[in-house]
Design a protein around this ligand. Sequence first.
Ligand code: PLP
Length: 480
Amino acid sequence: MVAKLTSMKPLSKQDYLRKIPSVDELLRAPDIQELCARFPRAAVTSTVQRVLAETRRTLLARADGAPGDGDFSLQDIQQQVAAHLQKTCKPSLQRVINATGVVIHTNLGRAPLAEHALRLVAETASRYSNLEFDLERGERGSRYVHVREILQQITGAQDAFVVNNNAAAVLLCLSTLARGREVIISRGELIEIGGSFRIPEVMEQSGAQLREVGTTNRTHLGDYRQAITEHTALILKVHPSNYQLVGFTADVSLRDLKQLGTEFHLPVMFDMGSGNLIPPQQFGLQDEPTVQEAVNQGADIITFSGDKLVGGPQAGIILGETGVIAAIARNPLTRALRIDKLTLAALEATLRLYSCDPDCFRHIPVLSMLSVAENTLKKCARTIVRALKKHAVPMDIAVVQDSSKIGGGSYPLHDLPTWAVSLAPKTMSPQDLERKLRTGTPPVIVRINRERVIIDTRTLFPEEAGMVAKAIIALFAQTA
Ligand SMILES: *Cc1c(COP(=O)(O)O)cnc(C)c1O
C-alpha cells in the first residue's frame, strides 16, 4: 500500500484528512458494529471519537507528504478502535510476582492476604451482611464489634477500635486527646515514611502542637519531664520504623514514659507502626516489643497498621482503655476515617487466625514468608535453576545465598538470610532482563545486584517458582 502511494504523486495532508472516515461512517462499519455487541455502545462511540481525533492530530503534526504509521483507511482505524477498547478493558491493577525478597513491599501492595481473609471478603461483600446489624436483638448494630472482642483477646487491651489505616489512627487519636494542646515527642522519632509522607505533618493536622524534645540521636527522660507544662495533653512514642540510629544513641523506654505520665496524669500513646502480634524472635528480631508487651507496659493508646507485620488488609488498629476508646469513637472524624466492609472482613478473618488457628504461621502469608526454613528456600531456588538449565537458557545461572528484608519500613537493619537464583544473561543486559520480566504477564519484579539479576525465593508463593521459570524461558524462546 505504502509502496503504491509513494510511486504516485505523494498525498498531501488535505488528501489524507479527506480519507479519514467520519464518526457515523465508522459506527456503521461491520467491524465496529461487531464491537458494539461486545462492549457498551457508549464506550465504542467515545473510543471511535478519540481515535479519530488522535488520527487528525497526528496527521496535522506531520510534515506534508511524509509517510507515517497507518494509512488512515477505514480498515486501519477500525483496528485501532478495537485495540483501544481491548486495552481499556484490562485492569490497571494486577497481580505481580514479587521476587525481590522484600516481604512487606510498600510498592507491591504490602501484605498479601490469607485465603481465609479472601473467603470472608468474597462471602460477605458479594452478598448482604450483618455489617451494622445486631442479629440477636434484631436492631441496628456497630461495625466495630466484629473485631473488638478478638483484639481484646489477642492483645489484652481493654478496648479496641479500627479505622482506615494507621496514619488515620494517629490523626484520630491526637485529634481526640490533644486538639489545641501539646504533644511531647522525641526528635529522634519524627519520621518520614514512604512517598515522602511525614508523620509529623499528619499529626499537626489533628490540631495538636508537637513539642519536640531531645536531639536526633539522644533523648532522656529528663527532656520529657522539662517539657511538661499545663498545655501538655499527651506523651507520644513513635516506633522509628524505617530507620534505625546506631552508635551513640539513647531513647526512653515505654515503661519510663508511662511512669512519667502517671506522675503528671498524662496519657502515653505509642504508635508502633508495624505492630507484631507474635513474638518476632521467630524471625530473628531480638529486641522488638510485641503489641501485648506494649499493652502490659501500660501504654494508654497504641496504634499500628493492619497490613504490615499483622499481615492483614490496610487498616489502623487502635487499642486503649474503654473510656479513651469511647471518646475516640465519638470524634466526628471517625466517620471520615472509617473502615469499609471489605477491609473489615479481611481484618476480622486475619485476626481470627491469630486466635483460633494453631497453624496461623502457615496461613498468614507475611508470617509464613518471614519464618520459612532456609532449606525450603534453597529447594525452591534449585527448582527454578533446574527448569532453566533443562531449557538451556543462555545464561550463567547459580543458586546463591543472599539476604531479604522485612520491608514496610520495618527494621531496616535486619536482614533475613535467604536463597536466590542469580542470573547473568549472555544475550541481553541484566537491565534488559529485569525490564522484560517486569513488563511481562504476569509481571515478575526482581532486583539487580552487581550486574546480575537476583530472584529471591522468600517472597514467592509456592506456585510462583514455576511461573518465574516459565517467564524466563519464554523470553529466550522468543529471542532465539
Ligand atoms: C507505617 C507507619 C505509619 C503509617 O501507617 P499506614 O498504615 O501506612 O497509614 C505510621 N506510623 C508508623 C510508625 C509507621 O511505621
